[in-house]
Design a protein around this ligand. Structure first.
Ligand code: PLP
Length: 438
């Protein structure tokens, strides 16, 4: 049949991102999605599932928005593309840059546009290093990141990613990257000292670590980090690729911590995935310095920096987020989600810590609730498989001896849908629990 035909073509011709090639060859695609509406995805076989991860943490306003399709159509019809190099600009890119300056934390005021999170990260490292060249401190080039961080897969972003398997995928990385323990300001201070503070350009961190297992920073952590960065004159870059645009119940993750970053990377939720767009914002101070000190050309730019259709889609997406109060909904439904996790934790013997900030949440699997001992073979992937069978898409994290299921549903999710998500999760965990003796 048609499904099988497509599955065969998929196996033969399609190299999937972040996928086990062996499993793809054995099983083919589990779902071939054809439609999305609200929090649900529908596949070619007529099955439907709650998109519990907003696909890749990005479909913040939910699937199937006519308004966005219309905006993209209108923009493509009038000006599908034009360059933003040199003296050229376009209306949606200008308007979006201005809008971002309005909503971003601290005094971030100017945006460099990219096509996604990895490009944004590579851009941030280059801009930070370029900044120090202009400031007469070219030896400041090291970028410090955290041990469980994920910053993407471009060469700089891979090099900054703390999760070792991503770095081990290739055998040569970009120089001048180093890593510190994920929640220890003291470790950052020691690292800066041991590397020589005058060689450090920037420290980068995700407000809530996503791909690394959904780790929420403890109270006061980022204030401490900001203090240390200031003390040594190091730039603080926040990677808001997942946490931006309402995901955690505030506009940006850093808003929870009331800390002003020097630079901010964003992508994903800026368009809710309807168009490929990311960017780096820089503070007003850095912008002023660049204007004052820069003599040559800013020799960094992508063909699609400031793509008019992507920027128009982003503007409409932000309008929807604000009009429908989706940031507040993220906060409220995040509390519902956490309550649901706590019920599951009570009912199931293999659930350890549960946590959520807005609509970013995690459930940890443990062999022993008291000691937090893990199963030798992680069970989270099995739970994810059982959940998918029952119509819920979520993701497992098993890096670094973790055994965690993570969630990030669309910010439009309602109480009924949260209830459904929790019921399926509970059933999926029960199915796996029955296979192990605890
Ligand atoms: N930074 C963070 C925190 C991310 O979670 C991701 C992707 O998940 C990236 C960067 C990379 O973004 P992209 O996949 O758009 O290149």
């Amino acid at each position: 049949d048609y499904y099988q035909k497509l599955a065969d073509l998929d196996k033969k011709h399609f190299l999937h991102p972040t996928t086990s090639i062996k499993q793809q060859q054995e099983n083919g695609p589990e779902f071939i999605f054809t439609e999305g509406k609200g929090v649900r995805l529908y596949d070619l076989d007529g099955r439907s599932a709650i998109d519990g991860l907003s696909s890749l943490w990005n479909v913040n306003i939910g699937h199937g928005r006519d308004e966005i399709a219309q905006t993209a159509y209108d923009q493509m019809k009038t000006l599908g593309y034009s360059s933003c190099f040199a003296t050229f600009s376009n209306e949606p890119a200008i308007q979006l840059a201005a809008k971002l300056a309005e909503i971003a934390p601290g005094n971030l005021s100017a945006t460099f546009f990219t096509s996604g999170g990895s490009e944004s990260n590579d851009t941030a490292y280059k801009l930070a290093r370029h900044y120090w060249i202009l400031k007469g401190q070219p030896e400041r080039k090291k970028i410090i990141s955290r041990s469980k961080s994920y910053h993407g897969v471009a060469m700089g972003a891979t090099s900054a990613t703390g999760l070792k398997p991503f770095r081990d995928f290739t055998n040569s990385l970009a120089p001048d990257f180093c890593y510190v323990d994920h929640f220890s300001p003291e470790a950052l201070r020691e690292k800066i000292e041991s590397e020589n503070p005058e060689t450090v350009a920037a420290f980068i961190a995700e407000p809530v670590q996503g791909a690394g297992g959904l780790h929420i920073a403890p109270e006061g952590f980022f204030k401490e980090i900001r203090k240390i960065c200031d003390e040594y004159g190091i730039l603080f870059i926040t990677d808001e690729v997942i946490t931006g645009f309402g995901r955690t119940g505030t506009y940006f993750g850093m808003d929870h911590y009331d800390v002003a970053p020097d630079m901010m990377c964003f992508a994903k939720g800026v368009t809710s995935g309807y168009a490929q767009l990311g960017g780096v914002m820089i503070s007003e101070d850095i912008h002023k310095d660049l204007i004052e000190l820069s003599e040559g050309t800013l020799l960094h730019g992508y063909t699609y920096s400031g793509h008019p259709m992507a920027c128009a889609v982003a503007l409409k997406n932000l309008e929807i987020i604000e009009r429908e109060n989706l940031i507040e909904n993220s906060r409220l439904m995040g509390l519902e989600l956490l309550n649901g996790f706590k019920q599951v934790q009570k009912q199931r013997s293999i659930v350890g810590d549960v946590r959520a900030l807005g609509l970013m949440g995690a459930v940890e699997v443990v062999k022993n609730k008291k000691t937090n001992e893990r199963f030798e073979d992680p069970l989270a992937p099995k739970i994810v498989t059982e959940a998918a069978k029952r119509g819920l898409i979520c993701r497992s994290v098993v890096f670094d001896q973790q055994d965690t299921v993570v969630f990030a549903p669309p910010l439009t999710i309602n109480q009924g849908e949260i209830k459904e998500l929790i019921e399926i999760l509970n059933d999926a965990i029960l199915a796996v629990e029955k296979t192990v003796a605890t």
